[in-house]
Ligand binder design. Sequence first.
Ligand code: G7M
Length: 337
Amino acid sequence: MANAETNTIDKELCVNPKKFKSENEDSKRIENTVHQNLKDLSKFKLKRVINNNAQKKLLCVEGTFTGYDGSALVLLEKKAFVEDNLDEHLFNDSSILSKEFENDLYGNYNCFPLVKYNSIKTTIIHPATEKHIAKFENQPVHIVDETAELYKEVTLTHLNKEQFSLQWVYNILEHKAEQERIVFEDLDPITGFVLIPDLKWDGSLETLYLLAIPMQRGIKSIRDLNDLHLPLLKNIRDSGTKAISTKYGVPTSQLRIYFHYQPSFYHLHIHFTYLKYDAPGIFTEKAHLLSTVINNIELMGDYYSKATLSFAVKESDTLFAKYQEHGVLPVKSAEVK
Ligand code: G7M
């Protein structure tokens, strides 16, 4: 069971977010960001392709923007088709066909729909750190069975020193960014949260993807969860599903609600995705269903501080070398080419 000390710390952190390092640590960094003035991609100078995933129709490239310092990552992803208004979007005389070949009953064409219905979802990260680049790089991966000891000795020590900035999370919680995108908000400092579309969501119901971000600061990941957090988790489950069914008409039974472990960002957050959508990161070595997490904690309040949790780590991740030093991963890659 969780002790009173943890509870006090949680409450203190809620009301005094300044206790957290990294909150404003890179506010200087964003003064030089490209996002204020960007209208097209002509200033982007390609350095290299770091991932080209034909299955996901996703291209990730590294480069720079002329006139700006630092590396940039550009992620381009073809969007899913939207079934609504197909006549207006696709089946009309604006959708020009160019024939590749015909053979008997069969014909292959390229179709060029109107530009406004043919956009590519584009995410730009600038300035991008080495860690951002490593995150999107196609790399050999290895499974780590992280015991509670390994978490304390290696993972926690490492992530306390090196982790992605949480500024974007605090911007959402403090209404400094994406305010108009908030789908639901509960301001309670202990059980409250913000429900907001994920950066990756292109807005079509087929790929529905929202994030619930607790108001409470200081819960890094499921590792920190205990029975004191059950009211928060249940509120996110109940109010989050209600808000999604009201706004998007998707029932709870068609939602996949889960955490990532390891996450990329160490402020607890919960993913809500459409069940039929194979969202990135829903694999068994990464996703932990909210319902299972609640149940495990109900059975054993301190389950997540004791359990061995398994996840995949990329060779380019700085944690990989730490696990190697600790003897829990092989020194040489044994990846099957
Ligand atoms: O793997 P992890 O559980 O840490 O996932 C973090 C999620 O946050 C991913 O699904 C990202 O797409 C999402 N995300 C990351 N950033 C930087 C943003 C952002 O600025 N806004 C929103 N709405 N989602 C983000």
